[in-house]
Ligand binder design. Structure first.
Ligand SMILES: Cc1cc2nc3c(=O)[nH]c(=O)nc-3n(C[C@H](O)[C@H](O)[C@H](O)COP(=O)(O)OP(=O)(O)OC[C@H]3O[C@@H](n4cnc5c(N)ncnc54)[C@H](O)[C@@H]3O)c2cc1C
Length: 516
């Protein structure tokens, strides 16, 4: 055993990084173990070809589908985790998402807590992650105890026009919540240069509110916090009762190491958190740690998403496009089920569209790819997918992840797309085309688009149907917690990161109280 800590946190992304930030002021000795390194700041950060065509920041990992076919998942093993590449669209789940929702393919189960329970932590997360927005604009959102720390990011002229067109057609567009360090009054605090390299790119100037910049970097140099990079946690070992994690087993620079702590928190992302548990087999936990219920790895979700490039005659000279959202179809209206969220994506460009030429230009045959990119408005549709027991992560004897996944809620996904077509017709963007390879999640191998992975270690009240309790502590262990997207019992239809961050702060409060 190398050293002993009060708390070990595995993974430095949205969950683990935020938790470390929230626990650091306690003065307790914290070890943050991250398998990746710092993402290099280099010119390629903002090169569409490097990022989207070469996949420079996709970590080399091979997973297998349920037929045993290998694929490269869209994972990013860096300090900050997936948030290094995220679009920083920081939405709260809607209050209805915490209850049971009926869909055509089944039920989205309730969370063991309500929106009101998480609300104070949403507020803390919004202030920590510098979110810009305007609570009160989106009719579907829950009550907020405090306004966002920053006013909404202003729409550029083309987006303003679209917002006006939508309003004139009876829709309710709102300013989307964005986590960027932008001060539009150009006070010295502003590090964001309002560029197009936000969604899907690492931020070269560190002005995107990601978990590295916001949560982990401020801890570097604190005497009570140690960050070890290149430290892949392979398994956890327990005492003879099986109730206490005594060792965190790590491979670092080809060497095996082990660390101990009073409290251990897994926040390695939904698939890898499950992998660590499933590899931690012992006499007391023959199916893997905390897996007496056989729930570990099950109920994997990742959203039904579609990227759409809407082409219109007017050029779209927008630089930062992610300022608009629409939730008119998020909730059921009594005649149809909830369909999901519509939001604008980062502005696409010809470099990132390489390989799309034939399909993209079919609707505008005389346009070059540059022209297509210049006229496109990029839209992201999200429908909730359901936690199905057979949508699951398993691990083979060589420690490879296998991911079985069947899509759910196709009716709702199609319904949302139909509504979008109506919107496009009403707002003069009739020509549109779904990108087969989009710039957010690779849809050519659908399950490889693991950007929004969640579930696998859901929390709940009943130990027979969940892995963790309401404080996100494993039912079967006394000192093991989870702080990432793995705990989601259902995923809603908005981007998940703010919920991961808010819940991590909530767990942080609980752990701080426990170890005080
Ligand atoms: C391109 C892209 C765009 C996105 N855009 C948005 C957006 O706009 N809004 C939004 O809300 N969400 C977005 N997301 C999703 C969001 O980033 C994730 O939901 C969120 O980061 C999940 O948090 P997490 O803590 O579960 O996992 P992560 O943030 O991925 O953190 C997991 C960490 O654990 C580390 N790790 C894994 N295995 C091990 C191990 N064995 N040992 C040690 N460390 C390990 C990883 O390297 C990583 O740092 C996007 C994701 C991607 C990829």
């Amino acid at each position: 055993m190398t050293d002993r800590y009060d708390v070990i946190i595995v993974g430095s992304g949205a969950g683990g990084g935020t938790l470390a930030h929230s626990l650091a002021p306690s003065g307790k000795k914290i070890l943050l173990l991250e398998r990746g390194d710092f993402l290099p700041r280099e010119t390629q950060n903002w090169e569409p070809g490097s990022v989207f065509v070469d996949g420079r920041y996709i970590s080399p990992d091979t997973w297998y589908d349920d037929q045993g076919k290998p694929f490269q998942p869209q994972v990013h093993y860096f300090v900050g985790g997936a948030t290094k590449m995220y679009g920083a669209a920081l939405y709260r789940l809607r209050p209805a998402d915490f209850g049971t929702i009926r869909y055509s393919d089944g039920e989205s189960p309730a969370w063991p807590l309500d929106y009101a329970d998480l609300e104070p932590y949403y507020t803390k997360a919004e202030w920590l992650y510098q979110v810009h927005g305007n609570h009160g604009e989106d009719p579907t959102e829950g009550a907020a105890s405090r306004q966002y720390p920053w006013p909404p990011v202003s729409h550029e002229p083309r987006i303003n026009q679209i917002s006006d067109d939508l309003t004139a057609s009876g829709y309710h567009p709102f300013h989307a919540p964005c986590g960027i360090m932008l001060d539009e009054d150009h006070r010295p605090a502003s590090t964001c240069i309002r560029c197009a390299w936000c969604d899907g790119y690492p931020c070269l100037v560190h002005a995107k509110a990601d978990a590295e910049v916001i949560a982990v970097r401020p801890l570097l140099g604190l005497p009570n916090v140690t960050l070890l990079t290149g430290a892949e946690v392979t398994a956890l070992a327990t005492d003879s009762t099986g109730r206490t994690v005594t060792e965190v087993l790590v491979t670092r620079a080809g060497q095996r190491e082990s660390y101990g702590a009073d409290i251990v928190v897994l926040a390695a992302g939904a698939a890898n958190t499950a992998k660590i548990l499933l590899r931690s087999v012992s006499d007391r936990h023959p199916r893997g740690l905390a897996n007496g219920s056989d729930q570990v790895g099950r109920n994997y979700m990742f959203h039904n998403s579609k990227a759409v490039a809407a082409l219109s005659k007017e050029p779209n000279e927008t630089v930062y496009q992610k300022t608009l959202g629409l939730n008119d179809f998020y909730l059921s209206d009594g005649t149809r089920p909830p369909l999901g969220n519509i939001q604008l994506l980062g502005k696409s460009n010809a470099g990132a569209m390489k390989g799309e030429e034939p399909k993209l230009t079919r609707l505008a045959p005389h346009w070059s790819l540059d022209e297509v990119a210049r006229h496109s408005v990029d839209i992201w549709l999200t429908t909730e997918d359901l936690p199905m027991p057979d949508n699951r992560v398993t691990v083979d004897s060589d420690a490879n992840i296998h991911l079985s996944y069947r899509f759910t809620n196709a009716t709702e996904t199609d319904g949302l797309y139909r509504e979008l077509k109506t919107i496009l017709n009403k707002t003069g963007m009739a020509a549109h085309h779904v990108l087969s390879k989009n710039f957010y999640a690779d849809m050519r191998v659908p399950i490889a688009g693991v950007a929004h992975q969640a579930g696998t270690v859901r929390f709940g009240i009943d130990p027979l149907t969940s892995v963790a309790d309401i404080s996100c502590k494993a039912h079967e262990l006394d000192n093991l917690y989870f702080a990432d997207a793995s705990i989601f019992p259902s995923i809603g239809a908005v981007n998940p990161a703010l919920t991961v961050m808010a819940n991590a702060i909530r767990i942080g409060d609980h752990i701080a109280e426990r170890i005080a």
